[in-house]
Each structure stands twice: as structure tokens, then as C-alpha cells.
Design a protein around this ligand. Structure first.
Ligand code: ZN
Ligand code: ZN
Length: 364
């Protein structure tokens, strides 16, 4: 089968490797769609080193697939032909955090495309731990391309829950990339009365405006502190979601939230420079809460898949491109582009292309 594997910093290759073998406790899936995540770019430019990955490694963790082989012990629960999404996290289910219901914070966490091969390949082995912990979810929808976005959406749901976005809130989303766009839609579903979005990219602001934001602005053209004051009657917003990898935004956000406001540090920060300077007196006197978010739980994955399947969360407008493994390699090595929101990788397209080539050679 064809697989896109990471060998080192910005070194990705499309390889021909054997279809994975499974044991009695595992599943074999055929990947329909696996979307590219912002973290893929970071890991690829770092060569996987930050997480001590064994290389080469098949990347890709936002997966929608069809079951092609069921291990003996799962015969009562899964059937060949069923569609499933696979969560990125594979928790132990036994540690303190797992037992508290925060399996995304598992003390012995494993993850797709880190500890075992991921979804930028025609087939993938789903490990026992992932199935046992409920992180494999059957989906009825045959819109697998859209359903692949359940994993990133579930992470945004985790962020909204932690930031406690609720009925009547005013919410500022900083950054209108895919995660920012999910936050805008979720804030609307959660009953926010006012959703403001900011980004430097004009095109992304337009998309945000069209899909849930009430007001959009570019910090290049308008001073955020002034703008937010004006929009909230001088009070500030209830919630700021920081969906960009810029530490300084968290310090600035202290001027944008109202008293008792909440700031969610949603995006991961650059590994070389994750620090920011915060005015602790603002946090103290104004009773500000700053929270983080990372990954999601099996419960949140279910909510995400349902919201996409029912159309409550729209995903069609977020898919900028559908590519094969070769094009995915070029895009991943080149780094993120503002005109791409979500890119869907369909490994099957690569095998079709190579079969067509073989057929053509045979005919000659
Ligand atoms: Zn992701
Ligand atoms: Zn655990």
C-alpha cells in the first residue's frame, strides 16, 4: 500500500509498504479521508523530535474510514464495511486522570501518528487500547470527508466547555483558521449573544463573517482594545478564545475581557518561545480566569460527530482542497498557507494514480 511517512525535519516520503497485520484484538481500516492538522506542520518541521517519535512514521490523525478486517475478539461489536472515526488520543483508562473522566490528560497517553502509524496511508491498524477506551466511533454518515473533521471539532468542543461559553456571552475568537471557525460556530450553538472574530487575513475574515461571526476585524487596521471597548459598551467580552500560536495575545487579551472574564489558550504555542508577560494585578483585581485546552475525550468526539452528521456544524465551506499522498507531501513540507483552511487527504487517489500508470505501461 501507499503511505506518507516522516523521516526527519521536512523529510516526508511516499513509500510502498505492506498492509499492516492485525491481531485478534485489533481492527484494520481503509482510510477514506484524513485531514491535515496544524500540529502536522509543526511535527514535520521538527522531524517528530519534540515527541520522541520512532521514525519513519505514518502521519495523520484526523481519520474517517471503513472497517476491512475485524479481530476475533471484536466480532460481536464491529463488522466489515462499517464506517468509523478514530480519536487521536488512545488513553490507558486506568490512571487517576482517566478515572476522573479526563482521558485526554491520561498519564500514560498514546496517540495516533505518534506512538503508532496514522492515517496518511491506504490502510491503518487500530490498536486494542484505542478500541477498548471507546475512542473508535461508528458513524452513520457516508459523508466521510466531512466526518473526518470530528476529531478537530471535538478539541474545539473541549475548549468551549473549559471556557464555559454560555447563553448571552460575548465571545472574541482570535484567529480564523479551522479551529477559530469551529469556535465561532460552537459559540453560536452555545447561545453567545455577540461573536467577534479577528485575523490578519481578509479572506478568512470574510469566511468567518459568512459562517457565524457578527463582527470581524483585522488588528492591522483597527486597534483591538479600542474596537472591543466600542463593541461591548466599554465592558469587554466575557470570553476570549486564543486560536493563534502567539503568546503575546494572551497578555493583550487581559485588556479585552471584562471583569470575571475567561481567556482560553486554545492554540499550542511555539516550542522555542512559549512565554508571555501577564499583568497579574489585572487577573487578581478583575477576577480573570485563564485556562488551557488540549485534545478531547471520547464523549466530546461523539458530540462532534453528531453535530457534523446532523449539519448543526457546517464543514463543507472549510474544505479547501482534496489531495493524494504526493500532493499532501508537498503541502506539508511547504508549510501552512492562509488560503488553505482544511485539506483532505485521500490515500486511495495515490494508489489509483499508480495503478493507472502501471496499466498504461502494460498497454504499451
Ligand atoms: Zn489535529
Ligand atoms: Zn490514563
Amino acid at each position: 500500500m501507499k503511505a506518507l511517512r516522516l523521516y526527519g525535519p521536512k523529510d516526508m516520503r511516499v513509500d510502498d509498504i505492506p498492509v499492516p497485520e492485525i491481531n485478534d484484538n485489533e481492527l484494520l481500516i481503509k482510510i477514506d479521508s484524513c485531514t491535515i492538522c496544524g500540529s502536522d506542520f509543526r511535527n514535520i518541521s521538527a522531524g517528530g523530535s519534540a515527541h520522541g517519535m520512532d521514525l519513519p512514521r505514518v502521519m495523520g490523525h484526523e481519520i474517517a474510514s471503513t472497517i476491512v478486517k475485524v479481530g476475533e475478539s471484536w466480532k460481536d461489536e464491529f463488522e466489515v464495511g462499517e464506517h468509523i472515526v478514530v480519536a487521536a488520543v488512545s488513553p490507558c483508562g486506568k490512571c487517576e486522570l482517566c478515572l476522573e473522566g479526563y482521558e485526554n490528560q491520561c498519564l500514560d497517553k498514546q496517540a495516533t501518528a505518534y506512538n503508532y502509524d496514522g492515517g496518511f496511508a491506504e490502510y491503518m491498524r487500530v490498536p486494542e487500547r484505542s478500541i477498548r477506551s471507546g475512542n473508535v466511533l461508528k458513524v452513520s454518515s457516508d459523508k466521510l470527508q466531512q466526518v473526518a473533521l470530528s476529531e478537530p471539532l471535538s478539541c474545539a468542543i473541549n475548549g468551549q466547555e473549559i471556557a464555559e461559553v454560555k447563553l448571552g456571552d460575548s465571545v472574541l475568537v482570535v484567529g480564523c483558521g479551522p479551529m477559530g471557525l469551529f469556535h465561532i460556530q460552537l459559540a453560536r450553538l452555545n447561545g453567545a449573544k455577540q461573536i467577534i472574530a479577528s485575523d490578519f487575513d481578509k479572506n478568512r475574515l470574510e469566511i468567518a463573517k459568512k459562517h457565524g461571526a457578527d463582527i470581524v476585524f483585522s488588528p492591522q487596521e483597527e486597534d483591538p482594545a479600542e474596537k472591543i471597548k466600542e463593541l461591548t459598551g466599554g465592558l469587554g467580552v466575557n470570553v476570549v478564545v486564543v486560536a493563534v500560536p502567539v503568546p503575546g495575545i494572551v497578555s493583550d487579551a487581559l485588556q479585552w475581557v471584562r471583569r470575571r472574564g475567561r481567556i482560553n489558550v486554545f492554540g499550542g504555542m511555539p516550542k522555542q518561545k512559549p512565554e508571555a508577560t501577564l499583568d497579574l494585578n489585572v487577573i487578581h483585581y478583575n477576577e480573570i480566569t485563564i485556562t488551557g485546552t488540549s485534545d478531547s475525550t471520547a464523549r466530546q468526539l461523539r458530540i462532534a460527530a453528531d453535530l457534523i452528521t446532523t449539519g448543526r456544524i457546517k464543514t463543507d465551506f472549510m474544505i479547501s482542497k482534496v489531495v493524494d499522498l504526493e500532493e499532501a507531501r508537498d503541502i506539508l513540507v511547504a508549510g501552512p498557507q492562509p488560503e488553505h483552511i482544511k485539506i483532505v487527504v485521500k490515500p486511495e487517489l495515490s494508489s489509483k494514480a499508480s495503478k493507472d500508470k502501471e496499466d498504461a505501461a502494460y498497454v504499451k
